[in-house]
Design a protein around this ligand. Structure first.
Ligand code: SF4
Ligand code: SF4
Length: 149
């Protein structure tokens, strides 16, 4: 009987993934593109439901990814070399899960084959986000949804 082959995200470390495998770990939730607040006392990161100005509030995709840095200079590019800093990512994020040696959840597109499951399971904030310009920055703390890290 052939031995069971573990999926690549279990078998490999993040820095062993090829480009296609790396990209496929993203579940498309768009949560990392929400505005965040940092607690200066303990560096915890709190997510708000306020979206980056380039985030589509329904599809949770960046509307101008190739040129995003022209509009959002501090947009963070995730790379395997930064894996030890992934605590700021949402606990559901595929990159964070794999960096912590955990398996992907059942709704992840690599597991269920459905890229919309992340929305149907209400992991993403599709349809529940607020546009960046609609809330004054001093009021962002009224819209916290979870703490990362
Ligand atoms: S939080 Fe992680 S899985 Fe979700 S969009 Fe960002 S990088 Fe992709
Ligand atoms: S610029 Fe695009 S990728 Fe960067 S945080 Fe905003 S929506 Fe996300």
């Amino acid at each position: 009987m052939a031995a069971k082959v573990e999926p690549f995200w279990i078998r490999k470390t993040l820095d062993q993934l090829d480009q296609e495998e790396w990209e496929s770990l993203c579940d498309g939730c768009g949560l990392c593109c929400l505005q965040k607040l940092e607690d200066e006392d303990d560096n915890s990161v709190y997510y708000t439901r306020i979206a980056c100005k380039l985030l589509d509030l329904k599809t949770c995709q960046c509307t101008d990814y190739p040129n995003r840095r022209d509009f959002v200079p501090d947009c963070i590019q995730l790379t395997p070399g930064k894996a030890d800093e992934f605590k700021w990512l949402p606990p559901t994020c595929g990159y964070r899960l794999v960096s912590e040696g955990k398996d992907l959840p059942l709704w992840h597109p690599l597991v269920c084959g459905d890229r919309d499951a992340v929305h149907h399971e209400r992991i993403s904030q599709s349809g529940r986000m607020l546009a960046e310009g609609s809330v004054a920055e001093e009021d962002w703390e009224d819209h916290l949804i979870f703490r990362a890290g």
